[in-house]
Structure formats: structure tokens, C-alpha cells
Design a protein around this ligand. Structure first.
Ligand SMILES: [Zn+2]
Length: 512
């Protein structure tokens, strides 16, 4: 007796369809599972056998073989309990082919036959759709998540018994209905807002420019100058997530097991601020059973590294490749895993150990100490930061005035317009934002008029700019022009962009 059903495994953030076959034949009682199985999948054997027995299904004491294919792909995760159990129920004659056909099964079993939620269901459901399946059957707590994928009927079941009863019914009852667009609309607005910051105009302006072109940003200034305050508010001026972006991001959260229980989607742009003691693996992803790290969890939003020089240098160096490629590739003996790393990097740091340089009335650091502190940030990392701004100490009169600044909603309108312009301009390109312009594309999209060329020539000589810095100025000026709806980059846009370079030249000299 033979039975075959569909399951799936997750590699990186994509689901891959796995065929689960079970055969029950005469012979000495045995239970073998084959097909390049990870340790958790091998353990399914005992769980499935006990769960079936405790649910009242008797599998005759005979020779049982379960095969998971394709054979060349390592099967991981605990979602295979359910498809293995269903394949056995098919082979033992409890279920018919037409009752399980066209359905993708995923779920972990308890010994009593009840089903437990698993990670990565969104990727599995999306994989079902790509492979032409119409239904997924998952643990009840994962049903909302699976239902997000348009064109997939999602059924949540609580136990093996419940599942068999549902499959035996002609209509299987209604699938779970979730409207992703509605979920995104219903998101509650942030409690944070830029209007809470009075004064600090340069700091806020830099946040706006960085957000509009998805530029990486560094704030440098003394403690209490509003660096963290500003960084935390950047997601509030980014446009709302589209459903497509939200699904991509939610896949990452689901695989990491961080999708809030019962929730179907992540509806807000993330703000992740890992502590400087965090390990490289937790930051970029990896581990024995690979998982996405902070850089992937910050996707479509902000990765904030506060106290930048306090991070291990090697941890920071690992960020270089994902910053360039917007994804991270993790190699293991069993295969390679790719996670998205589509984040905006925002960093903050004190200018020296005590935090008060260049205010010599307060800073007691020696020049050598200051140099040592600043040089913890490597040149290649600085190279990937387009905008660098000094955050001055908050003046007493700013606090005294208590006037409210411009609201995040207002700033967001300008950011959205600038992004819209970029979307149109780069319609035929493989990138979305000015920050992603490279080489010849910079020449093509950042052309200057006569005045602008003159200004850039002066700056090049005066500031002894490197080619990299020159390009960064052009890209940032492009974003500033877009914020003002100007097709031509004008001298005033260049001047502002140059001012963001002045800062890192001041601290790191000709090194940048
Ligand atoms: Zn100091």
C-alpha cells in the first residue's frame, strides 16, 4: 500500500516543494525514513507513529518506508510531521487520493496528535501557489499567515483527527479569509513623530534626505544631542509598506519565528537597533540551522547601530558585502542560504571616548585617543555611508521655546514624492533609489549644468575629495533635487550635499 502527498521545506526565505511518499508492505516490522534528512526531520518518525496511535489510527506492524524527494536537497524544519502522517494515512487506507490531492501539508505533531505551529508558513504557502497547488493545510495558529497568499485556500486544523474529518467532508468548510491590503490599511500609526523634536533642523533635514534616497546615514555628536531620537523617527517618514514588500518582509519574520502569534503580516517598516555586544551571526544571520539575522529583519526599514565604534570591528566588516549586494549569502556543508538585506543603515557615534570633542572646554581626550577612537570605523564602511552629519548639543533656547517641529506626516509627503520620481526614472533599471547608483549610471542620471560643474571642481580641489566622495555628493544632490521636484541638479543642491561630506573630512581627514 502506497501513499503520496505534498509538503515543503524552506531554503533561505523560499519554500521548495517536497514530495512525501509512504509505503507499507509485508515483512518484518520496521520504520525507515530516507531522503537527505536533517536531524529534526529524522525525529519525526517517533512523533508521527505515536501521534497516529494516540489519535486512534492503527498502522499494521509491517515494513514501513517513508521517502522525501528530491533526494539532493536537505530537508529541514519541523513541518514534515504532518505530511508524513498524511502519507501514512493514505498508505493505510484511511484517506483517499482525491481527498488529499492538490493540498500542501505542513505542521508539527505533538504525541497526542494535536498540531503545533511552525515557522516559515508564509514561504510554504507562496511555494504552494508557485507550484499550482490550490490549498494548504496547516496548524490553526498558522492559518492566517498562509491565507495571505492570494489564490491559496488556507485551512487551519487543530489535530490529526480534526484534519481527517475535514478532509472527509465534501466541502471541507470555508477556508480562512484574510485581506492583506486591509491589514496594511488598519495599521495603527506610530507613537513617535518628528514634531516632538524642536530645533535640530540639520539633524532632521539629514534624516529626510537619507530617507528619500534610501541613503545610509551617520550622526556624529555629543551625548544627548538627539541622535537616537532622530534615528528612531526615520521609519515614520518612509512611505507605508506595499503588500508585496510586507509579504517579503513577513517571510523573514516568519522563518525567524518572530511573527507575532496569530498575526499574518508585519505591517510597519522595521526599526532594529541591535546592541553593540551582538555577535556577527545574530547580526547578519547564520547558525547551525541557518536563520536570518538583524540585517534581514531590518529589511525595508532602518538598521540602527548606536555607539558605532563600540561594535567589534570584525562584526562591522561583515556588513560590507550585504550593504553592497542587498542580500547575504550563508554557506553551509548542506547548501547555501540567501536572505534579503534590503535595509537603510543609520549609525550614531560620539566623536571621542568622552563624547565632547571638538568642544575643548569639556573634552579631555588626547589627540592620539581621539584618533584611535575614530579609526575604529574602517574606511570601507565609511565609504558606504553617503550622508554624515554633526548633531550639535541641544541649545537651551530650543528646549525653552517648546515649539513643535514639522510633523512626520508632512515630511513623509516630500519623501514619497521624491521616491515616486525615482521609481519613474529607474523604471527600466534593476535598482530603485539614488543611493544605488553606480559608475556609469551616476554620469547618466546626475548630469550637472555649468554652474554646478564649477562648484564641484572647486570642492574637489578645496576638500581634496576622493572619487568615491565625489560620487556620493552627486547621488545625494540628486536626492535633494528630487525632494524639490527639480529635474536638474542645481548648485544649491550640490552645496547641501557637499556639506554632508565636510563633516567626515573634519573627523577622518583625507581618509574618506
Ligand atoms: Zn573627548
Amino acid at each position: 500500500m502506497f501513499g503520496k502527498v505534498m509538503g515543503a521545506t524552506v531554503v533561505g526565505i523560499e519554500g521548495i516543494l517536497i514530495q512525501v511518499e509512504a509505503d507499507i508492505s509485508n515483512g518484518l516490522p520496521s520504520f525507515d525514513m530516507v531522503g537527505y534528512l536533517g536531524a529534526e526531520v529524522k525525529e519525526a518518525r517517533e512523533r508521527v507513529r505515536t501521534a497516529l496511535r494516540n489519535s486512534g489510527f492503527s498502522i499494521p506492524p509491517s515494513r514501513i518506508t517513508v521517502n522525501l524527494s528530491p533526494a539532493n536537497l536537505r530537508k529541514q524544519g519541523n513541518g514534515f510531521d504532518l505530511p508524513i502522517a498524511v502519507a501514512l494515512l493514505r498508505a493505510a487506507g484511511y484517506l483517499k487520493e482525491e481527498e488529499t490531492d492538490g493540498i500542501l501539508f505542513a505542521g508539527e505533531l505533538s504525541l497526542d496528535g494535536s498540531l503545533k505551529g511552525i515557522h516559515g508558513v508564509l514561504s510554504l504557502s507562496s511555494c504552494a501557489k508557485e507550484n499550482g497547488l490550490k490549498k494548504v493545510m496547516v496548524p490553526r495558529e498558522n492559518a492566517n499567515e498562509a491565507a495571505i497568499i492570494h489564490g491559496i485556500d488556507s485551512y487551519g486544523v487543530s489535530s490529526l483527527k480534526d484534519m481527517v474529518e475535514r478532509l472527509k467532508k465534501k466541502d471541507m468548510e470555508e477556508p480562512v479569509q484574510i485581506d492583506g491590503e486591509e491589514l496594511l490599511k488598519k495599521r495603527t500609526d506610530d507613537s513617535l513623530d518628528f514634531s516632538e523634536m524642536s530645533g535640530q533642523e540639520m539633524v532632521k533635514r539629514a534624516a529626510e534626505v537619507a530617507a528619500a534616497g534610501f541613503h545610509n546615514l551617520l550622526y556624529i555628536g555629543p551625548p544627548g544631542s538627539g541622535k537616537t531620537m532622530a534615528a528612531k523617527r526615520i521609519p515614520t517618514i518612509l512611505p507605508a509598506l506595499t503588500l508585496k514588500e510586507s509579504v517579503e518582509l513577513s517571510k523573514v519574520y516568519s522563518i525567524a519565528g518572530l511573527l507575532p502569534e496569530g498575526e499574518a503580516l508585519i505591517v510597519k517598516r522595521p526599526f532594529r537597533n541591535p546592541h553593540h555586544t551582538m555577535s556577527a551571526v545574530a547580526l547578519v544571520g547564520g547558525g547551525r540551522i541557518p536563520k536570518p539575522g538583524e540585517i534581514s529583519l531590518a529589511g525595508k526599514g532602518v538598521l540602527f547601530l548606536d555607539e558605532l565604534p563600540e561594535f567589534q570591528r570584525e562584526t562591522l566588516e561583515i556588513l560590507r558585502q550585504p550593504l553592497e549586494e542587498r542580500q547575504v549569502v550563508i554557506s553551509r556543508v548542506h547548501g547555501t542560504y540567501t536572505y534579503p538585506a534590503d535595509f537603510q543603515l543609520v549609525c550614531a557615534m560620539n566623536p571621542c571616548k568622552c563624547g565632547y570633542y571638538p568642544d575643548r572646554s569639556k573634552c579631555r581626550c588626547t589627540p592620539a585617543e581621539i584618533h584611535r577612537y575614530l579609526s575604529r570605523i574602517s574606511k570601507p564602511l565609511l565609504d558606504r555611508i553617503d550622508i554624515c552629519v554633526e548633531t550639535p548639543r541641544i541649545e537651551y533656547r530650543d528646549l525653552e521655546e517648546k515649539r513643535r517641529g514639522e510633523s512626520s506626516a508632512n515630511i513623509r509627503i516630500r519623501v514619497e514624492q521624491a521616491m515616486e520620481i525615482q521609481k519613474k526614472r529607474y523604471e527600466k533599471e534593476s535598482f530603485l533609489f539614488n543611493s544605488q547608483l553606480k559608475g556609469a549610471k551616476i554620469d547618466e542620471y546626475c548630469q550637472l549644468e555649468k554652474e554646478g560643474k564649477k562648484l564641484m571642481k572647486q570642492a574637489f580641489v578645496r576638500l581634496e575629495l576622493s572619487a568615491r566622495s565625489y560620487e556620493k555628493i552627486l547621488k545625494v544632490a540628486r536626492t535633494i533635487a528630487d525632494l524639490e521636484g527639480e529635474t536638474q541638479i542645481l548648485s544649491c543642491h550640490l552645496a547641501e550635499a557637499i556639506s554632508y561630506r565636510d563633516v567626515d573630512l573634519k573627523y577622518w581627514g583625507g581618509n574618506v
